[in-house]
Ligand binder design. Structure first.
Ligand SMILES: Cc1cc2nc3c(=O)[nH]c(=O)nc-3n(C[C@H](O)[C@H](O)[C@H](O)COP(=O)(O)OP(=O)(O)OC[C@H]3O[C@@H](n4cnc5c(N)ncnc54)[C@H](O)[C@@H]3O)c2cc1C
Length: 492
């Protein structure tokens, strides 16, 4: 019999921790879940996915109303946005979802939830609210926080991060966004659509730097067209609080100095793992700048301790945190050795149009030194897309040298939803010919998936070789266009 208080202790009640808690408790493990904030749910619910997608939708509706004329409707005069009402809508969506992540729900499942700030006293025990609590296995799922770079003057200048941006009292007139990753770019478009003058300041020459440049550039062109100003290839020299406004000074590639005067600064320059105060170093758990070091079964330095979610620094998505939570349950509770496999981990940036991907893009295939080919299909060829008023974007299918799909990228309306078919195709190893011959409802955006698979197959099906064979066996007579109705050649 074990002398530990719990079979499993989990630090962090976000996507990863809640997945582990729910699985472990329902499987009969005596489970403790420790959360340092006042509520469960983590960054995704309170300061991440949920508020950002709610804000994006509000901004999209406002933007659509403003361009009513392009849908053949009378033009609409819209009053300025009252951000307190937007904020209230965000809070209401969060509180509705919060019920799924309540303490009561997890108690019903069988887990004990305790709020407080834990610290490891040895590799099986934590100090929590003045008590020592032990567990046979531990899971560290404490997530990540906005990374704050050492920019000159930032410590003396008020700035926003994802923790404050969704609960502002008023819509800023202007905002400089430092960084150009998914969070920065989603917020740039949403705030610009609501009426803020947005500037994006980015060190490298491409926004969304993990994406293929052609797709990222198309997102940037859309945002520029909507009024966002981009300063790429810059080095931020300093920021300054000047009372009524904040100043961001930066240098461009040519070394020329430039400055922006804005009402607000949003720092969105990457994430840092939440490790502070946990006492991990003292008990010998290895970590680096990105997060806790884990093996492919998500075990940390001590094999009875696991880490999952953003705190490992791997794939910082809610669905990745949930996936990793499931791997931990397999390993720690079922004792079924299960390894992580990120080959087909999907992602989506929720700009309009959305940019979603799964597997390898061209950039990653090139970095891996692979030979690949690309097949594309444009949304302007998709009937539903045109009916929706959308001509932007395309789907890219990346094939390896044996013409097996390595990955798919979609830039277009509802790209995240469209990607789900590829999640099934790639994970289920479905043949492209099966996808191309499967009937999709007309007119849907999803037909683009079928068409890109068909585009790959059509040169093979309609090749000269096939035509010659059919002519030989079945005496087909060939092209009809260019002949008179009775089949004779037209006189020139
Ligand atoms: C603005 C924004 C938008 C995003 N949009 C998306 C999106 O659209 N789709 C997507 O997939 N991902 C999105 N993400 C990323 C997503 O939020 C994270 O990947 C996800 O929350 C990670 O889950 P987690 O469980 O690892 O961490 P979290 O959800 O952050 O949970 C960690 C929990 O641990 C708690 N904690 C921290 N320190 C301690 C401690 N010492 N002791 C106990 N508890 C502690 C925290 O309070 C928190 O509740 C977004 C992130 C941001 C910031």
């Amino acid at each position: 019999m074990s002398s530990y208080d719990y079979d499993l202790g989990i630090l962090g009640g976000g996507a990863a921790g809640l997945t582990v808690a729910s699985g472990a408790a329902q499987l009969g493990a005596k489970t403790l879940l420790v959360e340092s904030e006042e509520k469960l749910g983590g960054d995704c619910l309170h300061f991440g996915c949920v508020p950002s997608k709610t804000l994006i939708r509000t901004a999209q509706v406002y933007h659509t109303l403003l361009k009513a004329e392009s849908f053949g409707l009378p033009s609409v005069e819209m009053p300025p946005v009252d951000f307190q009402k937007v904020r209230a809508r965000i809070a209401s969506v969060i509180s509705t979802i919060q019920k799924n992540d309540s303490e009561e729900r997890f108690c019903d499942l069988g887990a004990r939830v305790v709020f407080g700030s834990p610290s490891f006293s040895d590799e099986h025990s934590i100090r929590l609210n003045g008590e020592t609590v032990s567990a046979k296995n531990w899971v560290i799922a404490t997530g990540s926080s906005p990374g704050i770079p050492p920019i000159n003057g930032l410590d003396k200048t008020p700035y926003l991060t994802n923790r404050e941006i969704f609960s502002l009292d008023r819509l800023p007139e202007s905002m400089a966004i430092l960084g150009a990753g998914p969070i920065a770019i989603e917020m740039a478009q949403a705030f610009s659509r609501l009426g803020t003058k947005v500037f994006v300041v980015q060190r490298s020459g491409q926004i969304l730097s993990k994406e293929d440049k052609d797709l990222a550039d198309e997102v940037m062109a859309t945002l520029s067209h909507e009024g966002v100003t981009f300063h790429l290839n810059t080095e931020i020299v300093a920021v300054k609080d000047s009372g009524n406004f904040r100043e961001v000074r930066f240098k461009n590639e040519a070394g020329e100095n430039n400055a922006l005067k804005v009402e607000q600064i949003l720092v969105a320059m990457g994430r840092s793992p939440n490790l502070r105060g946990l006492g991990l170093k003292e008990i010998g758990i290895a970590s680096n700048r990105k997060g806790i070091s884990v093996d492919d079964r998500l075990r940390a330095t001590h094999k009875h301790m696991y880490a999952a979610g953003d705190v490992t620094g791997a794939f910082q998505f809610t669905h990745a945190a949930g996936y990793e939570g499931g791997i931990v349950v397999s390993n720690a509770i079922f004792h079924l050795p299960r390894k992580t496999d990120y080959t087909f981990m999907p992602w989506c940036t929720y700009t309009d149009p959305e940019l979603a991907g799964i597997g390898m893009n061209e950039k990653r295939a090139r970095e891996a030194g692979m030979k690949y080919s690309v097949i594309t299909e444009a949304f302007k060829e998709n009937d539903r897309s045109l009916a929706e008023g959308e001509k932007r974007g395309k789907i890219k299918m990346i094939l390896d040298k044996d013409e097996k799909p390595l990955g798919v990228q979609i830039l277009g309306p509802q790209a995240g939803e469209l990607l789900n078919e590829w999640v099934a195709v790639l994970n289920g190893k479905v043949r492209l010919s099966t996808l191309a011959s499967a009937v999709h409802p007309y007119p849907t955006l999803g037909e683009i998936n079928k068409r890109v698979a068909g585009s790959y197959l059509s040169p093979k099906i309609f090749s000269d070789k096939v035509k010659k064979g059919l002519k030989f066996f079945f005496h087909l007579k060939g092209r009809a266009c260019g002949e008179s109705a009775n089949g004779r050649e037209l006189q020139k």
